[in-house]
Design a protein around this ligand. Structure first.
Ligand code: SF4
Ligand code: SF4
Length: 376
């Protein structure tokens, strides 16, 4: 053995990582059948690898793998206390994971620092591979196996120190490190997250239907499903409802990394400012967060829905401008829907104009549905 677990944790502590665990290179037991079932039921999201073996066996993506180091990078920001719907303020809501500097960058930076420290201790010539949300492996299952936390019924990893407000990164390596042990404990009889989920996406404890999950839907591009638009409330990116209610998160520590608290994407951004944002402004703010990869159009689409959900007449002027002038059909179509939520004479006139006038069939359909709602 090249390193004991304690030696690794001491090395990690010196670079500010208090939560580090290790699992062996063998496949995660008991997961193959679960993933096959999910595949058969169509519950593998487009963002995930479809092939179960690739997902559970580190050796398939890293030859000579002896150990898998799992590290938790916390990102919990200060809490917000504004209700999700019915507020007159035209403000949005952004998930905790998407406010500070992109946690992928932060986690990779910490993983690289840890690799340098391990290489220094064990000698050069060792190989390492960082896996952070951009590979096939089920990071959460490997992190649980490494002793970094427990599986929550809300489908997150719950770490004893940081709760579920943690980004994960794995380091696959040829260095032989003493493995950790899975932690004891779990959710007991709690079902709060299932009860609080606005869309019923948590079908059973630990079973998520991504097609109903607002976190997934805010990231998927194109048309936002009609039935979930009112349930989106003011959310612009992600959804924290099944985490905010979790008792394990009550005492969860705030992130010590200053990069996590920079708020490039404010927790409650001004909806009008988001809708009028230039590309350059986007790149210098949201573009630096974990929401940035999704692109300005999808986030503005979500913002348009949130504007409709505020029912705030102050948003009508801007929504009419988008409906009439925005070059992106997805924005015009969702603006028509939002005007249908807010209503009023000006909304009706704008929709009547768009109904025959818009060059896109999808936008005309949205305008027709919105008009029917307002005039029936
Ligand atoms: S992220 Fe939101 S929508 Fe998705 S499971 Fe959790 S509470 Fe439900
Ligand atoms: S809310 Fe309750 S059931 Fe859900 S993850 Fe937290 S402890 Fe588990």
């Amino acid at each position: 053995m090249d390193l004991t677990l304690q030696q690794l944790q001491d090395i990690a502590a010196k670079i500010g990582l208090s939560q580090v665990g290790v699992s062996g290179p063998e496949r995660v037991a008991g997961l193959f059948d679960l993933l096959e079932k999910r595949r058969a039921e169509g519950r593998i999201s487009p963002f995930e690898e479809k092939e179960p073996l690739q997902r559970i066996h580190p050796g398939t993506i890293f030859e000579g793998c002896s150990s898998v180091i799992a590290l938790a990078v916390p990102f919990r920001p200060k809490p917000h206390r504004v209700p999700l719907t019915g507020t007159p303020l035209p403000k949005g809501l952004v998930a905790a994971c998407a406010r500070g500097l992109d946690y992928h960058l932060l986690a990779k930076e910490k993983a690289e620092a840890l690799i340098s420290a391990i290489a220094k201790k064990t000698g050069s010539g060792n190989r390492f591979l960082i896996h952070c949300d951009q590979g096939p492996l089920v990071e959460r299952a490997l992190a649980v196996k490494a002793g970094l936390g427990i599986h929550g019924n809300n489908c997150t990893l719950i770490n004893p120190e940081y709760g579920s407000y943690t980004a994960l990164a794995l380091i696959l390596t040829g260095v032989d490190i003493e493995p950790g042990r899975p932690l004891k404990g779990g959710c007991s009889n709690c079902r709060k997250c299932l009860e609080q989920c606005p869309t019923g996406a948590l079908l059973q404890p630990g079973v998520l239907d991504y097609r109903r999950c607002l976190s997934y839907l805010t990231q998927a591009s194109g048309e936002f499903p009609h039935q979930f638009r009112p349930l989106l409330g003011r959310r612009i990116y992600g959804c924290d409802s099944c985490q905010e209610c979790c008792p394990h998160n009550k005492e969860a520590a705030y992130s010590l990394f200053p990069e996590a608290s920079l708020e490039f994407f404010p927790g409650e951004p001004d909806l009008k400012a988001l809708l009028e944002m230039t590309r350059k402004e986007y790149d210098l703010t949201i573009g630096l967060t974990s929401a940035g990869w999704r692109g300005k159009t999808t986030l503005q689409r979500n913002t348009v829905i949130a504007a409709g959900n505020t029912k705030n007449p102050d948003m009508v002027k801007l929504l009419l401008r988008l409906l009439e002038n925005d070059r992106r059909p997805v924005i015009r179509g969702h603006a028509a829907w939002a005007l249908g939520q807010i209503g009023g004479t000006k909304s009706v006139r704008g929709l009547q104009k768009a109904l025959p006038g818009d060059p896109e069939e999808t936008v005309r359909v949205e305008a027709r549905i919105a008009l029917e709602k307002l005039t029936s």
